[in-house]
Design a binder for this molecule. Structure first.
Ligand code: ADP
Ligand code: MG
Length: 677
C-alpha cells in the first residue's frame, strides 16, 4: 500500500538529508541555529559545504549559486561551478565553508535606492541556514544548487527583502517570548515563529495567443481588449471541474513543487475563466516566503512546458477578476502551539485575546503602512474595485469574537448577550466557530479561526514586505502590552486584573479598526472616513506612508530597517512605479500606432467600397479620429497619473473599434479567444 508522496523534498537539502550527510555534532549545531536563531558556528561550515556539494553533485548539479531577493521584487542568482584546477592539468571539485557562508556578487545593477554610492558597487550575500538549500533543474537538465541568502551592502545595509524579514521575525519572537513569560511559558531560547500560508492565484493563457499580444509580452497585462461577451457572469468557473489540459498541468506542477519541498496542498479553478489557485500548507514565515518565490517561478516554467503562459499580473484583463495572494499569518509560540488558536482554558484564552488586541492596535496604528506594502501599479486595478478588499484597511473578527472584545472593553461589567461576561483568565470564551472564515471576503484583514488573513496582496508580489510590517507592528504592540502589564505587576497588581485593564484601554482606543460588514459598499467608505481610517487609493499616495517619521521610528526602534534603508525602499518603489507606468504607456502607443491603426485603415478602405455599410464605415472613421487624438493625449502626458488617464481614454476608442472591425482583420487575439479557448 502506498502511503507517501514519492519525491517530496527530493531536491532539498533539508533536515533529513542534513542528518544523513553530516556528523552528529555538526548536525546538532546546525539544528540549534535553525531552531533558536543563534549564531552559526563558522567552524562547521566546511563540513556542511562539502556535504552539500557531494549531495548536489549526486543529483547532477555542476554549479551552485547564492539565491537572493533584491529589491526588484524578483529573485537573483549568479552561478559558480564547483570546479577548481588541481594544477596538474586536471580539476578537483571544491566548495568551501566560506563559499557557502558568504558571496560577493556585483551589486551595481541591483537597485539600492541611493543606499550605495556607485563607487561602492560591492554587495555581499550571506547564507540563511534557516531556509533549506535546494536544487533547481533547468529544462535542459542543467542542475544548480541554490543557497538562500541575504544580500547586503559593504556596511551591512540591507539591499534585499530577506534581511529585514529575518530581523522582523527576531523582534516578533523576542516580544512573544516576553509575553509568554508573563503567562508562565518559559521554553529557554526556543524562538517563537511567525507562520505563513500564501494562497497564489494565477492565469493560464495559451502561449500561441500570448505571442501575438505585445502588451502581455511587455507588461504582463492586456492594455487593450474588449470584454468577452461571456466571461465570469455565470460564475460557472469557480471551483468547476478542472479541464483535462489544465489538470495535467496541475499534476505536473504539484510534482515539481513537492520535489522542491513546497507543500502544495489545494488547487482549484478561480472566479474567472482561465484563472486558478494553488495553496501550500503553511510553514515558518521565511521558508514560506522563499517557497512562494520558488512556486511563482515553477508555475511559470511548468506552464511553458504545457503550452501555456502563466500570468501573475494582478489585473491581466479588464472587466474580470484579477489575481491576489492571500497572506495567512499566525504565531507559533516557543511552546510549539499556535497562539492564535482560541485555547481550551481561561489562561490560554487570555493569551489568545491579548494577541487579538495586539493585532487590533498594530493594524489601527499602522493601517497606512500595511496599505503601502501592497501598493503596486498592478494592484491599483484591484483594490477597491469590488473584487478585492478596499484600499481602507480594517479588521474582521466576526460577531462572537467582537462580542468578547466588547465585554473586555466593558471591564468585565455585566453586559452581554448570553447572561454573563468574560473575566480574562478566569472565564472560558464561548466556543468560537472553527474555521470561522469570513465568507463575504470583503475584509482586507480577517480573523479566520486560527490565523489572520491579509487579503490585499497582489499575486505578483513577494510576500516579504507585508510580513515585515505585520511582524514589526505586532512586536511593537506586544512590547507595549508587556511593558504596561509588567509595570502594574511591579506595583503589586494581580496579573489578570492588570491584563484586563491594559487590554480594555487598548480596545477603547483602537476598536474603530473593527468592521464586520460589507467592505465593498459606498456606506463603508463614508463610515471609514468618519472613523478617520485612511483610504489611500493610489500607489503614489499609499507609498508616502513609508516616508513618514512614524514609520522611521517604528523600524529603527526595532532594528528592522534603519532610516537610510527605509528611505532607499521608498525611493525604489516610487521609481519602479513611474518606470512601469512609463513602459505601459510606451507599449500602448506602439500597439495603437503600428498594430491597431493599420488594421482599422484596412477595414475602412474595404468598407468604403460598399455603400450599404456606410454607417459602420463612418463609425470606424470617427473612432479612428478619437484614437489618433488619444495617441496625442498619451504622448503629451508627463507623469504617471496623466499617463494612466490617457491610456484609459485611448483604450476606450480602440476597444470600441474591436467591436466593429471584421474579426479576421483584428490584429490581436481577443479576450474571448484568450479566456475561453
Ligand atoms: P481558504 O481559501 O478558505 O482561505 P485555503 O485552504 O485555500 O483556505 O488556504 C488557507 C491557507 O491558510 C493555507 O495555506 C493554510 O495552510 C494556511 N494556514 C492554516 N493555518 C495556518 C496558520 N496557523 N498559520 C498560517 N497559515 C495557516
Ligand atoms: Mg484564504
Amino acid at each position: 500500500m502506498k502511503n507517501t508522496i514519492e519525491g517530496f523534498g527530493e531536491n532539498v537539502f533539508g533536515l533529513p538529508v542534513m542528518e544523513a550527510h553530516l556528523s552528529a555534532p555538526t548536525f546538532a549545531s546546525l539544528k540549534r541555529t535553525i531552531d533558536t536563531g543563534s549564531m552559526l558556528d563558522a567552524s562547521i561550515a566546511d563540513e556542511v559545504a562539502e556535504a552539500m556539494k557531494i549531495w548536489a553533485m549526486e543529483k547532477g548539479a555542476t554549479h551552485y549559486t547564492h539565491w537572493f531577493q533584491p529589491l526588484t521584487g524578483a529573485t537573483a542568482e549568479k552561478h559558480d561551478s564547483f570546479i577548481f584546477p588541481d594544477f596538474k592539468d586536471g580539476i578537483v571539485t571544491h566548495f568551501s565553508g566560506n563559499e557557502l557562508i558568504q558571496g560577493e556578487p556585483d551589486a551595481s545593477s541591483f537597485p539600492s535606492g541611493g543606499l550605495r554610492a556607485t563607487f561602492e558597487a560591492r554587495g555581499y550575500t550571506g547564507w540563511d541556514p534557516t531556509s533549506p538549500a535546494f536544487i533547481k533543474y533547468a529544462d535542459a537538465g542543467a542542475a544548480t544548487l541554490c543557497i538562500p541568502t541575504v544580500f547586503c551592502g559593504y556596511n551591512g545595509e540591507a539591499l534585499d527583502k530577506k534581511t529585514p524579514l529575518l530581523r522582523s521575525m527576531k523582534v516578533l519572537s523576542e516580544q512573544s517570548i516576553r509575553l509568554g513569560k508573563l503567562f508562565g511559558i518559559d521554553c529557554g531560547e526556543t524562538m517563537a515563529k511567525a507562520t505563513l500560508g500564501a494562497e497564489q492565484e494565477y492565469f493560464l493563457i495559451d502561449q500561441d495567443l500570448v505571442a501575438a499580444r505585445p502588451d502581455i509580452l511587455q507588461t504582463g497585462r492586456t492594455l487593450f481588449g474588449r470584454s468577452a461577451v461571456k466571461h465570469q457572469q455565470l460564475d460557472d468557473h469557480y471551483f468547476g471541474a478542472i479541464k483535462p489540459r489544465v489538470a495535467v498541468f496541475m499534476a505536473d506542477l504539484d510534482a515539481e513543487l513537492w520535489k522542491a519541498g513546497v507543500p502544495s496542498k489545494t488547487r482549484h479553478n478561480e472566479v474567472c475563466p482561465g484563472q486558478f489557485e494553488m495553496a501550500p500548507v503553511f510553514e515558518t514565515l521565511n521558508v514560506a516566503v522563499d517557497h512562494n518565490m520558488i512556486s511563482m517561478e515553477i508555475i511559470k516554467t511548468i506552464a511553458e512546458k504545457h503550452g501555456f503562459t502563466c500570468l501573475l499580473h494582478e489585473k491581466p484583463f479588464a472587466g474580470v477578476n484579477g489575481s491576489g495572494k492571500h497572506n495567512n499569518w499566525s504565531i507559533v509560540g516557543p511552546d510549539g502551539k499556535n497562539w492564535l488558536q482560541p485555547g481550551d482554558n481561561p489562561h490560554e484564552n487570555a493569551k489568545f485575546m491579548t494577541l487579538v488586541v495586539a493585532l487590533m492596535k498594530a493594524v489601527d496604528i499602522h493601517a497606512d503602512l500595511l496599505r503601502a506594502t501592497v501598493a503596486t501599479a498592478g494592484n491599483d486595478h484591484r483594490l477597491g474595485a469590488n473584487e478585492a478588499p478596499p484600499a481602507i484597511v480594517s479588521i474582521f473578527l466576526g460577531d462572537q469574537l467582537t462580542d468578547v472584545i466588547e465585554q473586555i472593553e466593558a471591564g468585565g461589567a455585566s453586559r452581554s448577550t448570553d447572561g454573563g461576561s468574560i473575566h480574562l483568565g478566569v472565564d472560558l470564551l464561548p466556543k468560537l466557530p472553527r474555521g470561522n472564515t469570513d465568507r463575504n471576503r470583503t475584509s482586507p484583514f480577517a480573523f479566520v479561526g486560527n490565523r489572520f488573513e491579509f487579503r490585499a496582496l497582489g499575486s505578483n508580489q513577494s510576500p516579504a514586505g507585508a510580513n515585515i510590517v505585520i511582524n514589526t507592528i505586532v512586536a511593537e504592540a506586544l512590547d507595549e502590552i508587556c511593558t504596561q502589564v509588567e509595570a502594574s505587576l511591579a506595583e503589586g497588581k494581580e496579573f489578570n486584573a492588570a491584563l484586563q485593564d491594559v487590554l480594555a484601554e487598548m480596545i477603547k482606543k483602537h476598536k474603530r479598526i473593527l468592521f464586520n460588514g460589507d467592505g465593498y459598499t459606498e456606506g463603508w467608505l463614508e463610515e471609514a472616513a468618519r472613523r478617520g481610517l485612511p483610504n489611500l487609493v493610489t500607489t503614489e499616495d499609499a507609498l508616502e506612508a513609508i516616508n513618514t517619521q512614524k514609520a522611521k521610528d517604528l523600524f529603527s526602534k526595532y532594528g528592522v530597517l534603519s532610516n537610510e534603508e527605509l528611505e532607499s525602499r521608498y525611493n525604489i518603489y516610487v521609481e519602479a512605479y513611474k518606470t512601469l507606468i512609463g513602459i505601459e504607456a510606451g507599449t500602448a502607443l506602439e500597439i495603437a500606432k503600428t498594430i491597431i491603426i493599420p488594421a482599422v485603415v484596412t477595414a475602412i478602405t474595404e468598407y468604403s467600397a460598399v455603400p450599404a455599410v456606410a454607417s459602420i464605415t463612418q463609425e470606424m472613421s470617427t473612432l479612428l479620429e478619437k484614437t489618433i487624438a488619444g495617441i496625442a493625449g498619451l504622448e503629451a502626458a508627463e507623469d504617471p497619473a496623466a499617463e494612466i488617464v490617457a491610456m484609459n481614454e485611448l483604450r476606450v476608442s480602440v476597444d470600441a473599434l474591436e467591436g466593429l472591425v471584421p474579426a479576421d482583420l483584428w490584429p490581436m487575439p481577443t479576450y474571448s479567444e484568450m479566456l475561453l479557448v
